[in-house]
Design a protein. Structure first.
Length: 378
């Protein structure tokens, strides 16, 4: 018996990763109105379009938690790979608001952004030749945050780069308190452990990278501090492996953690000390989110994301934990309320892949079909 007389689709005998757990050999019923049922007891379905899901897995919308979008084609490329959302981590107000126009389109990945980041005069973000406001040079922390909110920023990005000018403790504290007054979160660009300690002490919600500079080896006390402060981390292993390989090529590797292992000039293995830092963080229960930092080092918005997931797996996260890092961990920590676990009543937005990525994470790249609000887009 069917659950109603309306037209709907059933993907039969499919594994479903709902964002937290795997439901094996299920019948997945959905329509334009949303997910109707996830049945483990097999039935006959009337008025339904039937799709054979054997040997395949349904995943919730994937998210890339760290990118810099340059053109709308980047949003199309991401969605075609099953990445429903990209979190931009520094843009001009004009560019960010231009990309938000596409958020109601079925054809593009949804775009969230910090817009312009908060930085000091001469700080990270000022080196790209675009005039941007800086804290206490042109605007106070309160004014910086108010300006970001007036330009539709979804969260605040603070830059705290060890090799450039940095904000002081009072400025960090004021920025973070102000963005929290708008019920939004703050993330920080960091590159060393000391910088991480400084922003965490002032209430930062998350780190946009893991530390990778020389001597940045965390202690148990550091990890306990992060736990207490409920900080999440986007390791961006893709960009860090490429950065460390590049540092070797130009002879400045002494500034960073262990050398990257490189084959044919392409880093494929997480440097050992960086890997250990992610392993320690994971063992301590610190939430890990998946992001690439594309397009740095000419990284794309599709294949590189799947390599990032494999790099996280290499650092000791199980395949299911990696999938959580790519989905529900990000929904939760960035307060993406329109996304959640796949369940009855949820929007019919999901990815169908060949294989069992919850056991073999590399199979997450086998995107077969994509539905967005019940409409198949690829």
């Amino acid at each position: 018996a069917s659950c109603s007389n309306e037209n709907y689709t059933v993907i039969k005998s499919v594994d479903v990763f709902d964002g937290e757990k795997v439901i094996e050999d299920a019948d997945f019923l959905f329509s334009l109105e949303g997910i109707k049922q996830i049945n483990t007891k097999k039935k006959k379905y009337r008025n339904a379009t039937i799709i054979d899901g054997q040997g395949q897995t349904i995943l919730p919308p994937l998210v890339n938690a760290h990118v810099h979008v340059r053109e709308k084609a980047n949003l199309k490329e991401a969605l075609d790979a099953g990445i429903f959302v990209v979190l931009d981590m520094f843009s001009t107000d004009t560019r960010a608001n231009r990309f938000r126009i596409y958020n109601d389109s079925l054809a593009y990945s949804k775009f969230y952004s910090s817009n312009v980041g908060a930085t000091a005069p001469g700080g990270h973000g000022t080196q790209f030749g675009v005039s941007i406001p800086t804290v206490n040079d042109t605007l106070s922390p309160k004014e910086i945050v108010a300006e970001r909110m007036s330009q539709n920023a979804d969260y605040l990005k603070i830059t705290h780069e060890a090799s450039m000018s940095r904000l002081d403790t009072q400025q960090l504290s004021a920025l973070i308190a102000e963005i929290h007054s708008y019920h939004k979160i703050a993330v920080a660009h960091i590159s060393d452990l000391q910088g991480s300690r400084e922003v965490i002490a002032q209430g930062i919600d998350g780190l946009a990278h893991i530390w990778y500079r020389k001597t940045s080896i965390s202690t148990e006390k550091d990890l306990e501090f992060m736990q207490q402060k409920k900080v999440f981390v986007i390791p961006t292993l893709s960009v860090i492996t490429k950065l460390l390989a590049h540092s070797e090529r130009i002879g400045i590797e002494e500034n960073y953690l262990t050398k990257a292992e490189v084959q044919k000039d392409v880093p494929k293995v997480v440097p050992k000390d960086v890997q250990k830092e992610v392993q320690k963080m994971h063992a301590a229960g610190i939430p890990i989110l998946a992001g690439t930092d594309s397009p740095n080092f000419n990284m794309d918005y599709s294949a590189q994301y799947f390599e990032e997931l494999q790099l996280l797996n290499e650092c000791g996260l199980s395949a299911i934990e990696v999938l959580q890092a790519a989905t529900t961990n990000i929904y939760k920590h960035f307060k993406l309320e329109e996304f959640g676990q796949l369940a009855k009543g949820s929007p019919s937005s999901f990815v169908l892949v060949e294989g069992r990525p919850h056991e073999r994470i590399e199979e997450v790249a086998n995107v077969k079909r994509i539905w967005k609000f019940g409409v198949e887009i690829i």
